[in-house]
Write a protein that binds this ligand. Structure first.
Ligand SMILES: Nc1ncnc2c1ncn2[C@@H]1O[C@H](COP(=O)(O)OP(=O)(O)OP(=O)(O)O)[C@@H](O)[C@H]1O
Length: 237
């Protein structure tokens, strides 16, 4: 099989003295949507922060398209084409939609889709309708879309999407699901963390289930959906 876009091996991470991740290994291949699932506190966000380098207290290896990146600072990881949409949607609230998008701009990359404000506005028509609106005047769902769009302005090889459906209205969750499928159709590779089985099942090709910082299941989405014991033990149903 081709080189994974992202390959994580033996990742351990701690906050202070508390070890949170234990030997987490995962792979994402080109154009896959892979879900990391698990209950509140299972370690999903910590996994993403550790992959990006936000947590320095960690060990293990992280490869992006075969290149080891675990020793690089976060800004260099982002510049090499790993996009991160954190759970807390970091838009600049005093800046407009266009200004926020401009801040995410990075040069095109060989082997990754190239995004412009025009192409993003086609995928995100609701943002196109409010180019001059400041972030502070946008709903949570709109801010979520703007954070995703701004990350895409960096033309990433892979986007880490941390709990995109968390705290947004059901109608927006549906729109987000369609959007993620659109992005996949345009060639994007995505690792998303999720608690909502229905949402993940609609999107993901494969899934890793985390419990107390360890991977307790990995397989296809169909295998997970058919495995009632794993779903009942480790997921919020
Ligand atoms: N900054 C921090 N300092 C200390 N412990 C933390 C910190 N952030 C998270 N933790 C702990 O790490 C564990 C994993 O948290 P994490 O946020 O990764 O879980 P999660 O699966 O993303 O959960 P959620 O779905 O609630 O976001 C939890 O026990 C949490 O209390």
């Amino acid at each position: 099989m081709n080189t994974p876009i992202l390959e994580v091996n033996g990742l351990n991470a701690s906050y202070g003295r508390a070890q949170i991740l234990f030997d987490v290994s995962l792979k994402v291949h080109p154009n896959e949507v892979v879900a990391v699932m698990g209950r509140n506190g299972a370690g999903k966000s910590t996994t993403f922060k550790a992959i990006m380098g936000h947590l320095r207290n960690r060990s293990g290896s992280v490869r992006l398209r075969g290149e080891q990146i675990e020793k690089l600072p976060v800004y260099q990881v982002a510049r090499r084409g790993l996009g991160f949409v954190p759970e807390d949607r970091r838009i600049f609230s005093e800046l407009t939609v266009l200004e926020n998008l401009d801040l995410g701009r990075q040069p095109p990359r060989d082997g990754a889709a190239t995004w412009t404000i025009e192409t993003l506005f086609e995928v995100f028509p609701n943002l196109a309708a409010m180019p001059h609106r400041p972030g502070s005047d946008m709903s949570g769902g709109e801010q979520q879309m703007l954070t995703i769009a701004r990350t895409l302005m960096g033309n990433p090889y892979l986007v880490l999407l941390d709990e995109p459906s968390e705290g947004v209205a059901p109608v927006i969750v549906e729109r987000l699901a369609r959007l993620i499928l659109d992005l996949k159709a345009q060639g994007l590779t995505i690792l998303l963390s999720e608690q909502n089985l229905a949402f993940a099942a609609a999107l993901a090709d494969r899934v890793y289930v985390l419990d107390r910082g360890q991977i307790v299941f990995d397989g296809t989405m169909a295998e997970l959906s058919a495995n009632e014991a794993v779903c009942r033990a480790y997921l919020t149903m």
